[in-house]
Design a protein around this ligand. Structure first.
Ligand SMILES: C[S@@+](CC[C@H](N)C(=O)[O-])C[C@H]1O[C@@H](n2cnc3c(N)ncnc32)[C@H](O)[C@@H]1O
Length: 293
């Protein structure tokens, strides 16, 4: 038996000396607290409020095993098995990319589009391509209950298994149809809105990626050709040629910060009359393209 205070202090020290969690004490303390909170089932505030509470030997052993994995660089979200996205707790493991806060911008843009249509008395159809954990369509379905139905496609059956659990967890499994296939191949009908956060990191940049991303997140979810543009190019061409985007439709894609010019050039060629806007993320980098046909 030991106390909350003691195991937290020891866990934190192990993370600081490892230097894999950011070396700042604050980050190490937060990681240690989140891991202990996950293991004991007590909220972080309780750990603060009752530092003298006891932790069983079994809990302490589990805690230090997770601290060791964190020390090796494994992302916290995989260790605790979940990540908050758009206010929702999503299950995540190594089968899916950990949803990023930047992607919430895409959800907000998608909500603006579907709400304008719903307010006009229409029933917009949405398909999310490269859905991973299901973050985007689940956030849309939960936030906008007027949306009757969405499609969510991914080439990875393993990722779709996680998405299915998340749909059940948030009670939207009747409203989201999961489809396995390459890009738009499995989509059975034209839609009004295509959302996509597809892989856009170039294999050329692999060595620049943080090790906790490169060594733990699925490469199928990260990389797309040498410059990261291969899949986005193919997706846009297919969206144009497949007839799976309705007239007056919209595409929202998340992009890498150096990809705007190249992608806008292709979009101009594919849809000369489309209105295209780029949106920056919280750090000021180009992150999202809106394409209104
Ligand atoms: C960057 S992750 C994004 C996951 C999720 N949309 C999010 O924002 O957190 C990209 C996803 O695209 C999927 N993917 C990769 N290649 C694909 C393809 N050719 N067709 C469909 N999905 C693909 C991956 O399996 C992965 O789940």
């Amino acid at each position: 038996m030991t106390t909350v205070k003691d195991v937290l202090e020891q866990g934190m020290q192990r993370l600081i000396t490892a230097g894999t969690a950011e070396p700042e004490t604050r980050s190490a303390r937060l990681d240690a607290q989140l891991l202990l909170s996950h293991i004991t089932g007590n909220e972080r505030a309780l750990l603060y409020a009752y530092p003298e509470r006891t932790v069983s030997d079994e809990q302490a052993a589990t805690f230090f095993a997770l601290i060791e994995r964190r020390r090796q660089g494994e992302p916290l979200a995989y260790l605790v098995g979940q990540k908050e996205f758009y206010g929702l707790d999503l299950l995540v493991d190594q089968r899916v990319l950990i949803p990023r806060p930047e992607t919430e911008l895409l959800v907000e843009a998608a909500l603006r589009f579907v709400r304008a249509r719903l307010d006009a008395g229409e029933q917009p159809l949405v398909a999310d391509i490269g859905t991973g954990s299901g973050a985007i369509p689940i956030a849309l379905a939960v936030t906008e209950p007027r949306l009757p139905f969405l499609y969510a496609c991914d080439i990875s059956a393993a990722a779709l298994a996680v998405a299915q659990k998340n749909c059940q967890r948030h009670h939207v499994e009747q409203r989201i149809r999961l489809l396995e296939g390459d890009l738009l191949a499995a989509l059975p009908e034209p839609v009004d809105l295509l959302t996509a956060n597809l892989p856009y990191v170039g294999t050329e940049e692999m060595s620049l990626l943080a090790p906790d991303v490169r060594d733990y997140e699925p490469h199928l979810a990260l990389f797309s050709g040498p410059k990261g543009l291969g899949l986005l190019y193919r997706f846009l061409v297919e969206a144009r040629q497949s007839g799976k985007l309705k007239r007056r439709g919209c595409i929202l894609i998340e992009i890498g910060y150096q990809q705007r010019v190249a992608l806008m050039q292709l979009i101009d060629e594919l849809w000369p009359h489309a209105v295209i806007t780029a949106q920056q993320d919280y750090a000021g980098w180009d992150r999202l393209l809106h394409i209104y046909l």
